[in-house]
Design a protein around this ligand. Structure first.
Ligand SMILES: *Cc1c(COP(=O)(O)O)cnc(C)c1O
Length: 363
């Protein structure tokens, strides 16, 4: 068959190990998945209530215009409904944007390391990938971005805070970058962890879309809202950008139940606030633990940390697995010597530190 040649050098997404599989393999009663940055406190209890009471007409296609959630998001973010696009997770947003803008002859600029789906989608579309090494502290090297960007640059990806480092760039830094970035490139601000940021230097970037008509700001219900299983992401940008993206979007890309669940979750801002507060408290424990044990840790503004391990990262993951903790090896993320750990509940983190102690005594 005539596959795109690039596919021979690509692999499907490698998922982390599942709780059930780890329980079976290691004979464990209790396993904690701290690998995919899911919300350890679940989701708003109102979502389960909504699903139980749901009397949707399941034989009908979803609303193509996603009017319910669209209206709520437009209201919440104070944007026009036509300045919004809703996707099957922000993963699909990356695909939609790439499909609309990338092609052979075009290039796309991103950090190394950052969210792998940007490069993955660029490969599929045949675009050139220009990766700019991160600074020593883990920040995006935005000066470097400006140096490699040119008229053929179709998309610049700014992941803020960045996955897998957790690093956060202040709003002023982003705005200075937007002022200088080529106007011919779409600047995608991927804010999957926006809600978790507690720095006072974060403004709401969605308010900037009228100042920068090449800016798109992307968020998701998968992380702080705890709705990863439902796959709902969204973005705001000028209507002209949204219009073009809608041309490549599959018409019924989000299902009815997921759209309803997201509406209910959005309405429960108190749940979100509580999660963010608990996460911040627990995040400081990771920083303290790293300091105590002289381990490097990136400055996270998210619900995960990238922390140094005293042995090979794969080996560290294996030992942590034996103690019932699933985390992500830095070897897979482009950060060897580190593991990425989703910040769990107080109890989970206490257990995790105990398991991690085993790595330190064995080194
Ligand atoms: C998790 C994550 C996403 C994907 O989120 P979904 O909405 O679940 O597809 C996008 N960008 C970054 C940086 C992420 O960490």
């Amino acid at each position: 068959m005539n596959w795109k040649p690039i596919l021979s050098s690509m692999r499907p997404y490698a998922p982390g190990r599942s709780i059930a599989e780890v329980k079976r393999t290691y004979g464990l009663q209790e396993v904690h998945k701290l690998a995919s940055n899911e919300n350890p406190y679940g989701t708003s209890p109102a979502v389960a209530e909504y699903l139980r009471s749901c009397a949707d007409q399941f034989e009908m296609y979803p609303d193509v215009y996603t009017s319910g959630l669209r209206a709520d998001l437009a209201n919440y973010h104070e944007v026009d409904p036509n300045e919004l696009i809703i996707s099957n997770g922000s993963d699909e947003m990356v695909t939609i944007i790439s499909r609309a803008l990338l092609q052979p002859g075009a290039n796309t600029v991103m950090a190394s390391v950052t969210f792998p789906q940007y490069a993955h989608n660029a490969k599929v579309e045949g675009a050139e990938i220009r990766q700019v090494e991160m600074l020593d502290n883990g920040d995006h090297n935005l000066e470097g971005f400006l140096q490699v960007a040119d008229e053929q640059t179709a998309i610049i990806w700014v992941c803020n805070p960045n996955n897998p480092t957790g690093n956060f760039l202040p709003s002023q830094t982003i705005k200075d970058f937007l002022d200088r970035a080529p106007k011919t490139a779409l600047i995608v601000l991927d804010e999957a962890y926006f809600e978790y940021v507690t720095s006072s230097e974060q403004e709401d970037a969605m308010r900037w879309i009228h100042d920068y008509d090449n800016l798109l700001v992307s968020r998701t219900f998968s992380k702080a809202y705890g709705l990863a299983s439902f796959r709902i992401g969204y973005a705001v940008a000028n209507e002209g950008i949204i219009q073009e993206l809608n041309k490549v979007r599959n018409p019924f890309n989000c299902n009815t139940l997921a759209l309803g669940a997201a509406e209910v979750a959005l309405a429960d801002q108190q749940f979100l606030k509580d999660c963010v507060t608990k996460n911040e408290t627990e995040r400081t424990r990771y920083v303290a633990y790293a300091k105590e044990n002289q381990l490097a840790i990136y400055p996270s503004e998210t619900n995960f940390v990238l922390i140094e391990v005293p042995v090979d990262a794969n080996e560290a993951c294996e030992i942590l697995l034996q103690h019932g903790y699933i985390v992500r090896s830095g070897n897979l993320l482009g950060t060897p010597g580190f593991v990425r750990v989703t910040i769990g509940t107080e109890q989970q983190n206490t257990g995790f530190f105990k398991a991690f102690d085993q790595l330190l005594t064995n080194k």
